[in-house]
Design a binder for this molecule. Structure first.
Ligand code: HEC
Ligand code: HEC
Length: 292
């Protein structure tokens, strides 16, 4: 906060504390002990007696406590307190404690291969919990995926299914680049190549249209999706020869991707979770498709 506002807060706090004390002193003095104050409520009279001693001293104690508190902890404007306490240092302390306590739990799996992790129920269970709090927002509670977020239970891997591929995907994230094609091959070209893509996937298509599309495909698409359309993990280009679609399975949806392009982003988690948790997650992800 600005210096001016800080001074305002300090002044307000100090003045209030002094005012409390004065108010207390003023009310402690009594003019007519044993007499009534003259107040009368439906026949109940208020006596002019001193404040009970225990009450008075409790009040003094709260003021002393407040002064001590405001000297030790931050509370008076920008004054940081003599104790050096801050929310950040507190958080860091508890994070460090958690790291010391739980770190070894995660580290014990560090040297196992993903296949060994898949065979270790405790590791899979731990991975499931980390998955639930970090990954299911996008990939679904069981990794089933949804529009734009890949299903992790199926046999298709855009970015590769080798252990190192899965681990790299989770640790560093991935950026998919499927550029828009309408400006390059025109609306008709998009229509033709869509027909060819559908043929690759095994659907009934207009043969003539598809063969025109095959030419575009050979020219523009094989660099990433491969000559056979089975995709390439280097680019995260999906296999187009099956019925697994990231962005919908209708002709309109598929045509739309080709026309306008797509840029799916998988965030990297190494910085946030550390490599031990990423390793356990990779084992969990592998267990999802291994159970099929
Ligand atoms: C630079 C590499 C690259 C080129 C060239 C490329 N693609 Fe793609 N394509 C991708 C990537 C990567 C994705 C996945 C996009 C994502 O995950 O957001 C993709 C996705 C798609 C999809 C959606 C698949 C699904 O599961 O929903 C279709 C269809 C497609 N491409 C067709 C084509 C066609 C047809 C061409 C040629 C005109 C082409 N692509 C050219 C990289 C490429
Ligand atoms: C913000 C949403 C989001 C979160 C959170 C997220 N992912 Fe992803 N993930 C994606 C997207 C989008 C893709 C696909 C990228 C693309 O289009 O190529 C993806 C791709 C993947 C892939 C590659 C799939 C393949 O076919 O190769 C794996 C594995 C994966 N995520 C695992 C995880 C794990 C494990 C976590 C939790 C640590 C996680 N993801 C968290 C959005 C997310």
């Amino acid at each position: 906060m600005s210096t001016g506002f800080s001074l305002f807060v300090i002044a307000g706090t100090v003045v209030s504390l002094i005012a409390f004390f004065l108010l207390l002193q003023l009310n402690r003095k009594i003019s007519n002990p044993g007499e009534t104050t003259g107040h009368d409520y439906d026949g109940i009279q208020e006596l002019d007696n001193p404040l009970p001693a225990w009450w008075y001293w409790w009040f003094i104690l709260t003021i002393v406590f407040a002064v001590g508190y405001l000297i030790y902890y931050p509370g008076l404007g920008n004054f940081k307190g003599l104790g050096g306490w801050s929310q950040v240092s507190e958080l860091e302390k508890s994070q460090q404690l958690a790291e010391e306590k739980f770190g070894p739990l995660y580290a014990q799996y560090r040297d196992m291969t993903l296949d060994e992790l898949v065979e270790t129920p405790a590791a899979v269970k731990m991975g499931g919990r980390i998955f639930a709090s970090n990954c299911s927002v996008c990939h679904g509670a069981k990794g089933e995926g949804s529009f734009g977020f890949p299903n992790l239970n199926d046999e298709e891997w855009m970015w590769g299914s080798d252990d190192v591929d899965i681990e790299t995907t989770i640790a560093s994230g991935r950026n998919a680049v499927m550029m828009p094609w309408e400006d390059i091959i025109g609306t008709e070209g998009v229509n033709e190549v869509t027909e060819y893509v559908l043929q690759l996937a095994g659907r009934e298509v207009d043969e003539e249209l598809a063969s025109l599309g095959a030419t575009h495909f050979g020219m523009y698409c094989i660099a990433c999706h491969g000559a056979d359309g089975k995709g390439q993990k280097l680019f995260g280009a999906p296999d187009l020869t099956n019925e697994i679609w990231l962005y919908g399975n209708s002709r309109a949806r598929i045509e739309h991707v080709i026309k306008r392009g797509r840029n799916g982003v998988m965030p990297g988690f190494e910085g946030r979770l550390g490599s031990d948790k990423v390793h356990i997650l990779a084992g969990y992800v592998k267990s999802l498709s291994a159970s099929k």
